[in-house]
Design a protein. Structure first.
Length: 79
């Protein structure tokens, strides 16, 4: 009388987290010397830019020392 129904055809979506593939991905291709040199140069350029910005920015981050002698404008001297 009551038949057991077959699962929905796309029920695998609910079980996708338990699915393990036995297919291994292909090995990664090795970089050519040109690609390796290009990536190295880009990396060095980025690092050099960061170091340069640090070197040029450090003086701006230092606390400013007030001058020993108070400076007055010429307009203040005539009073």
């Amino acid at each position: 009388m009551f038949r057991r129904r077959e699962p929905v055809p796309f029920a695998f979506v609910a079980e996708a987290d338990r699915f393990r593939s036995n297919v291994t991905p292909p090995p990664r291709e090795r970089l050519s010397k040109t690609q390796l040199a290009a990536r190295t140069l880009v990396g060095l350029t980025v690092v050099a830019g960061l170091v340069g910005s640090l070197l040029f920015g450090m003086p701006a981050l230092q606390p400013h020392k007030a001058p020993e002698k108070a400076q007055q404008s010429e307009a203040a001297e005539g009073r």
